[in-house]
Write a protein that binds this ligand. Sequence first.
Ligand SMILES: Cc1ncc(COP(=O)(O)O)c(C=O)c1O
Length: 410
Amino acid sequence: MYSSAEADSVFQMTDRAVMNTYRRLPLAFARGEGAWLYDVTGRAYLDFISGLGVTALGHGHPRLQAAIRAAADTLLHTSNLYYIPPQAELAHRLTQVTGFDRVFFCNSGAEANEAAIKLARRYHATSGQPGRFEIITALNSFHGRTLATVTATGQSKYQQGFAPLPPGFRYVRLNDLDALRRAVTDQTAAVMLEPVQGEGGVNPCAPEYLQGVRELCDERGILLILDEVQTGVGRTGKFLAAEHYGVQADICTLAKGLGGGVPIGAALATERVARAFEPGTHASTFGGNFLAARAGLAVLEALFEDGVLQRAAAAGERLREGLIALSRRRPEVFGEVRGLGLMLGVELKAAGSQFLSACLKRGILVNVIAERVLRLLPPLIVSDEEIDQALSILEQAAEECVSECPSSAT
Ligand SMILES: Cc1ncc(COP(=O)(O)O)c(C=O)c1O
């Protein structure tokens, strides 16, 4: 436990010594258990954001703890100069559960997308079509913060001040197949989409759109990259969100939940496409090391052997139904409920910051994106009781917003 003076000193040191890239809430956590986080003063919070969709198994999951301990007791890292047994096993399991043939391991979502973009371009270059380099992405998408992935991101606010951006990216409206058809040229290498846009406001692809994109890609020899950094690893109630759509991409990227909190990213591809990477063409020093691979295996074991994937699907249904009912009861605060599984967004009619502080005051961690969308990403192990508790807190927060500032709820 920290005194409030000690907590203040953490805030001040951070604000002085850490680069100023985040707007932080004045909160620091000391421990966690399941869906609960405890701050440095001992106060409990229901964690409905999971470290931005990362702590899929909640906090302190025994499988993950054992995996991390085993790595600490044996080996953390040797590099990809040598074979890494848990990496081999994780790659094998990922190919089994996704239908892809090969995996490239890295450390983050942006790095996985960077690998996907490079692989798509190299696939065409090595297939005798080096002029095919353009990647089409969706407006309001989010693919990361490296120069290539921030350029792939269809939101200019993330790109300001970073010119010149790498050429070869073009944006279209999501769920508008005609717009995509018009954007395709002989230079198109790939279409890259999130099955459900995360940072852009929890906007799902319409099933007929994603299926139509797959057909268009097949007709024109274009690769389909699905960015499942946020939607993957059970977040939507299936291992890949693409399974809801019956669509198999050529390349798919994972990160966030894959290590349950240990940094790991992965780009998965079919054999035909993956062949474009040969020794020396791409690499990542830490990629798939013992620690990360063991963590990934622990997450997969929990999902498939402990029933966490089924739990996520059932919990997603309960939360969605509860949110829809809440939105009907409180139409002055809540609007449309969107998303899949445990990746849910609710349009907010009240000011996002006001709603967020009403939630914090009542001990729940949530997130507001695109200014007016409440995003919920609870851990996949969340219980029915915790969901009901969260819904009741959200309702109280809504009541506070209405009673304190009725004019802000339009
Ligand atoms: C869909 C998607 N792609 C890529 C990223 C970038 O991942 P990272 O922050 O691990 O680089 C994110 C992060 O929010 C994301 O949601």
